[in-house]
Design a protein around this ligand. Sequence first.
Ligand SMILES: Nc1ncnc2c1ncn2[C@@H]1O[C@H](COP(=O)(O)OP(=O)(O)OP(=O)(O)O)[C@@H](O)[C@H]1O
Ligand SMILES: [Mg+2]
Length: 360
Amino acid sequence: MSSNGAEAAAAAMMPHVGMNLEHKGKTWTIIKTLATGPFSEVFEAIDTETKQHYAMKTEKEVGTIRPVLKLDVFVLKVIQSRGITVGFPKIYDAGRTNNFKYVVMQLVGPDLGKLRRSLPGKKFSLITALRLCAQTLDRVETLHDMGWLCRDIKAPNFAIGLGDQAGIVYMLDFGFARRFLDNNGVHVRPRAAAAILGTIHYAPIASHYGRDQSRRDDLESWFYMCLELVAGSLPWSHLDCRRQHQLICEWKQFARKGGRHQMLKDCPLEFDEILKMIDGLRYYERPNYRLISSQIEKVIDRLKLDRYAPFDWQVDNGQILEKAAFIGDLGESHLLSMKLNEARKKRAADKESTAIDITT
Ligand SMILES: Nc1ncnc2c1ncn2[C@@H]1O[C@H](COP(=O)(O)OP(=O)(O)OP(=O)(O)O)[C@@H](O)[C@H]1O
Ligand SMILES: [Mg+2]
C-alpha cells in the first residue's frame, strides 16, 4: 500500500462523522462533531438499536499529548456510584478499539462558552450569569466533597442540559482532576512542584508559580470564570495563553492591588467580598461555599432581580440554542450560515424569520 493509502486506511479507523462503531455487541453511528481539542474529540452518536442520542468522547491510543479519558471515566463513575444524579452526565459505556478509547455518556446541550458567544453582545443577562455562578459553584462543591479537585474550571467545561433540563448546569471534563483526600479522608500534602495545568486564562496564581493546587485554587479559577460570565470578558482575555502567560499572571496579581477596581468594574460590588473570601483561604481549608453563594443571593436581592426568570436561552424561541449548537465548528465558519439555514428550515415549529447574528 502506498504511504497515502496507508494514511487513508489509518484515518478510516479513527472516529469520524459517518462511522459505525461496532463494539461490545452495540453499534453506534457517529453523526456530528461536537468538539475537537488537543486531548480528545467529542461526537454526537446514536445507538442504532434504541435510536437514542449520546455524547461520545474519544481519545487516540497513540500520540496523545496527555491521556485524559481514563480519568474522566473514573471520576464520572465515582460520581455515579455515589448516587449523584443532578448536574453530572450519566456514563453509559466505555471501551477501546485498537486505535482509540471512547466513553459514551449522556448528551447535554451547549457549553457555557458557546452559549455566551451566541448571545447578542456575547454577554449573559445579569440574572442568568448569577444563576450560572451559583449552579457551577454547587457542582464544584459536590466534586470537592467527594475528595476531588477539577484543576480546569472554565465555561467550556460546564454545559446546560437538553430539553426540560435546559435550566440545569452540568459539569463536564475531569481530565485534569486530582484526588486531594487520601483513603483515610486526610488532605494530601502539597508536592514540591507541580506543572501548570488547565487553561492559562483561568489558572490560579499558584499554578503560574508551579505550586500544587487545592480547593481554594479551583475557586480562584471559578471566580475568573464568573467574572467572564457576568462581564463578558476578563481584562486579560486578549492576551495569548502561550506567549503571554507571564503577563496574564501579572494581571491577576495586579488585580489584587491597584487593578482591583478595573477587574471588578463590571461586576456587582459583592464580587469584591467573594474574591476576599477566596483569597483568604488556606491550602488545606474547606471553602465556605454557602457563604459565597449567599453573596450571590445578596446581589439578586439588592438589585431586585427575578431569580425565577427564564434563562437567556429560554426566551428567544430557541435561536440562541440553535446558534450555540453550530458555534463549535469555528473552523467551518463558511458553512455556519448554510447549516443554520438548513436547520431552521427543518424546524417546522419555528416560523421566525429574523436573521441570526452568526459572528462569533
Ligand atoms: N456529554 C456531552 N454532551 C454534549 N457536549 C459535550 C459533552 N461532553 C463534552 N461536550 C462538548 O465537548 C467539549 C469538550 O469536552 P471536554 O471538555 O470533556 O473535552 P477536553 O478534550 O478535555 O476539552 P478541553 O481540553 O478543551 O477542555 C465541551 O466543551 C463541550 O462543548
Ligand atoms: Mg474541556
